[in-house]
Every structure is written in C-alpha cells, then in structure tokens.
Design a protein around this ligand. Sequence first.
Ligand code: B12
Length: 440
Amino acid sequence: MKIGFLAMSGVRAHDPKLLELGLTLPGFVERSKQVAALPSLGLLYLAAVTPPGHELAYFEAPRAGNEPDELLDCDLVAISTFSAQIFEAYAIAERLRNAGVKVAIGGLHATVRPEEALAHADHVVVGEGENVWPAVVRAVERREPGRIWRASDFEPVDVANLPVPRYDLLGARPYNRFTVQTSRGCPWRCEFCASSVMLTERYRRRPVEHVVRDLRAILALRPDAFIEFADDNTFVDKSWGKELCRAIEPLGIKWFTETDVSVADDPELVDLLAVSGCRQLLIGLESPDASALGGLERRTNFKARRARDYEHAIDALQSHGVTVDGCFILGLDRHGPEIFDQVFEFARRTALYEVQITYLTPFPGTPLHARLEREKRLLAPDRWDLCTLFDVIYQPARMTPDELRAGFYGLTDRLYSRSAMRERRGAFFERRQAARATRA
Ligand code: B12
C-alpha cells in the first residue's frame, strides 16, 4: 500500500485584534517563526513502526483546503492533529474518504473524543500509537471495517524500545527545528494540562544512549539542526538529567526543552545544561501571584509550593546563559485585573529573556474542562477550533471576558514592544556578564 502521514501544521488564533498585534510586535513574530514549522514527531514514530513492504510519504497541510494532491494517490492516510485543527483535519479526512482513501486519525484530540472522530475517519486511535498502528495497517490491508482502537488493549509502549523516528521522510523541507523526545509524561497533574498526560499515566525516561542515537540520525540529515525536546517535563529526575546533558555535550548541538522550576535546584545540573548547548528552557510559571497557584497542580500542589523559588531559579539559569521562556496563564480563577501589571513587572524584574502569555484554556478531556462544564462557564462548548490558547472560551471568575481580553491586548502590546524587549534582554545580558565575571 501507499501510506501517507499527514501533519496539520502551523499555529492558530482567531481573535482579530491579537492577530493584528501578533503581526506587528517583534517578540511575537520572533517566537511564532521559531515554532511555526515543526514536524510531527508522532507521525515519524508511526512511520518507523509501519510493517515493511509499504511505500511511505510524509505530508503537511498548513491550512485545510490546500492539503497536497498526492494524498489522493495513497491507500491509507494517517492524520495527526490537536484540538485547534481537528475540524480542518475532519474536512480533509472526508475529502480523502470520498476519493476512496482510507483514513486513520489519532493524537491528543482523537484520544479524548474518539466517537466524534469516528464520524469522520475510518479508524481512530486512542492513546500512544506505536503498538496499535501496525494492527491498523494490517486491518486496512485486509479491508476490515473501521473502528476505534485503544492503546490500552495492546502491550504498553516501552520507551526503552522506541525506534528512530523516520526523520528521513521529511526530505528537504525548511524546518527551523527538529523534535526528539527524551521522556514521556509528567509526574504532575495540573488541572489545565492537555499534553501527553492525556496519553500516558506514568512519567517515563528514555535511555540516554537512545536519545543520542536519535540526535545523530537528525544530524546526519541536517548537520546544523536546532533541537527541540518535545517533552512535557524533561528534568524531573536530576541525576538522569545530568547523564543526558553529559551524553549530548559532545554532539555540539543547540537545544531547547520544557521543564519545571525544580531544574534550578541542582547547581551541577545548571552547569551541565549550559555546557551541553541548552539555549532555552520553557517553564510554566503560570502566575507571578502565588495565591492564584493553590490547587492548580492536583497531586502535591507543586506549583503553589514552588512559587517562592521562581525568581531564584530564573536567575540561576539565566546567569549561566540558559535563557528562560517564562509562561503565564491569564485568567486563572484568582486573577483579577491587577494580574496584567503583575506579569509585566515580574518579567521586567527578573529580566525574563522570553515571555509567553496565553489564556486559560479548557481543552477537552482535562479536569479544567470538566469543572468549567459543571460550573456552566464554557462560552463556546465544542468549538474545538477555538482551543488555541489565544481565544477566550470560558467565563473568567473575577473578570468579564471583555476585561480579560482587553487586559491581554494591553499586556501583549507592552510585553512585546521593542522597548520592553530591549530592556529585558539588555538586563539579561548584563546579569549574565556580571555572573561570568564573578565566576572567573
Ligand atoms: C511540537 C508541538 C507543536 C508543533 C506540532 C507539529 C506537528 N505538526 O505535530 C506546532 C508548533 C506546529 C504546534 C502547534 C500547535 N500546538 Co502544539 N505542541 C507541541 C508540543 C511541544 C510537542 C508535541 C509532540 O511532538 N509530542 C510528541 C509526540 C510523539 O506525541 P503525539 O504527537 O501526541 O503522538 C503520539 C500519539 O498522540 C499518537 N498519535 C498522534 N497522531 C496520531 C495519528 C494516528 C493515525 C495514530 C494511529 C496515532 C497518533 O501516537 C504518537 C506516538 O505515540 C506539545 C507540548 C508537549 N510538551 O507535548 C504542544 C501541544 C501539543 N500543542 C498545543 C497547542 C494548543 C497547539 C496550537 C493550537 C497552538 C496554536 N495556537 O496554534 C497549534 C495547533 C496545531 C495543530 N496541529 O492542531 C497543545 C495541545 C492541546 C490539545 N490537546 O489540543 C500542547 C499539548 C501544548 C499545550 N500548551 O498544552 N505544536
């Protein structure tokens, strides 16, 4: 069979005012350029576990309606997408099915809304795909009827046995970054999280030598590749984290990942991050006002417990030249209109190199979605296309939706203005320089 792997690519937002701001503010433009083009690692894994004897091709649909015509030559197309582009994915699936192509859909959205997805695709996969996909391919070969497949009915995915993703299928497309996973899952359970905790219960680390193997596979294809670890929380285990940094240092790569604030607890790890080429850590700070963090992480109240360490952690990392992308969620239940100034001030005071602000977003399948649904606070139920992080789709507790939006526009304007960026980055470089001088 000819099997196509179709990624829905690009970023999405619908709020016209934000789109307008996003196109003009330097900070916004810079970050969207960095992330806009990332390949779908999930599909590259599926390609790697496809039984032999099939012709495989990787495709991207930047917008529904302009998916590549070659998809119509496939016998089977695997589509991967998150909530924001699920309707676009369904429309493509329907066009392909009308042309006689079998379609399978999987990923975070299909995992939590499989019945919905089955109305648009032949096969729907719930959960991690690696052990299910070969069975789906065989079912299509045998012309078996479509159905929902659940990873929980198969052997659990052993992350110590993952193959090298088929990076070679990406061809010569101009990606800014390439993704590798070093771990899956996260030990924390934040109410809003719509990441791989929805696919996998446990936090699992990959063998460090496999991560190096995968990095070498990318470097063989793109010697100057910038690497993004597509993890939820890379440095939960500090001693494994040090092993990872030591192992990747000789590769001479530059890399980025997501982790929590505890990464800065271990000074040796911070040193190793810097020497191993870590350029930036994305950390979910969520709120500069610690009182808004209570109960957000539902296992051990991690976020609230660690809020007092934020400033020290940012300083420890940034003084070693590892920039921090501090992420804040606006519109948490305890946030009132004062939050916008608080975020601006915190970013200025700590000289955060990168700042990301998003709206609290009830993604389907999250405890947050269930709670807001119970509390009748969902403003656009089932409008998955608005699950972009940049559209207000719930009733905030201490503001009106319009107040939240107005505060967000104002903060966007201030945070990403040329002068504020220059001030924060100038302070970052000064502090890094001073720290270097002290260490020397
Ligand atoms: C890389 C990334 C991107 C890339 C995606 C590249 C691509 N084409 O896939 C880019 C930058 C384009 C992107 C864009 C967006 N992203 Co994004 N992104 C991520 C990130 C950092 C890593 C995802 C990843 O690679 N995971 C690793 C792979 C191996 O896992 P996976 O994709 O889930 O695949 C496995 C299974 O799901 C399954 N599977 C997946 N697809 C299929 C298909 C079939 C047929 C089968 C059988 C199985 C299967 O098998 C795979 C292997 O086990 C996560 C955050 C995180 N730390 O996870 C956010 C994340 C996924 N993104 C998110 C969001 C909100 C967005 C945007 C809406 C942002 C915006 N405003 O535009 C857009 C939407 C894009 C879309 N396609 O819908 C949310 C998604 C929440 C949700 N449930 O919808 C996340 C979780 C971050 C967050 N803040 O919560 N993103």
